[in-house]
Design a protein around this ligand. Sequence first.
Ligand code: TMP
Ligand code: ASP
Length: 251
Amino acid sequence: MTAYRVAQLLHEGKAKRVYGTDQDDLVAVEFKDDATAFNAQKKAQLAGKGALNCRISALIFEHLERCGVPTHYCGVDGSNWMLVRPVQVVPVEVVIRNVAAGSLCRQLPLAAGTALEPPLLDLYYKDDALGDPLLTEARLAMLGLLSADQRQQLERLARQINQHLLALFARCDLQLVDFKIELGFTRDGELVLADEISPDTCRLWDRAVQDSQDRILDKDRFRQDLGGVIDAYGEVLKRVQQHCPEPRVYG
Ligand code: TMP
Ligand code: ASP
């Protein structure tokens, strides 16, 4: 690994800023303390959130890498910077649900907590202005976002990631209810996991707690005004750290 210099801002999202670097094959991601929900209608600054999500994502990316899952991850630097390979992100959010919760229970007659076997995989078109609408197979084909082969590859990878995450979080005494991932193509055309995996993008319930609110250790604490968001994210980090080695520092 070589030292790098952060260059121009390429993109600012709700929770991260993405910068180019002086190396052609390296991008720097800064995790922000901004919290948003309901398509950014609800906003707050939560001190420490960026560092927690950066560290949790790094541990999980490295774990998945050891499981053979290709990712964009290269390493971390400081508390809230992650170095990644540049990828063309597919504008599709892949959501896998192991247990019914959230929008699924608002849209279908399913009680929160219902086990979903096999896990439900939903694709959403990534576009804030359109409210990230659910994609049907026909809509996906119509938009021409992915070939049939690429879609199959994406879904296979997402389901593998789910199995690895279920196992890791179970060891942490956490129930992985559902999560969202984003994938992208590298310059070599390889499909890899991108973005982040953190309590912002997963629903995680403490298995040792029965109460339906107290068990929540993810962004639902912010969405539902339950308080204790940073403590919950800190608890997730503490548990994941017990089962994963320290992330590598880049440069
Ligand atoms: P949902 O139940 O609101 O559709 O969310 C499903 C999962 O996806 C949940 O773990 C939270 C995550 N998610 C995101 O990461 N970003 C989003 O914009 C949304 C709506 C959900
Ligand atoms: N990520 C979305 C937002 O920032 C929605 C959510 O996570 O609830 O608005």
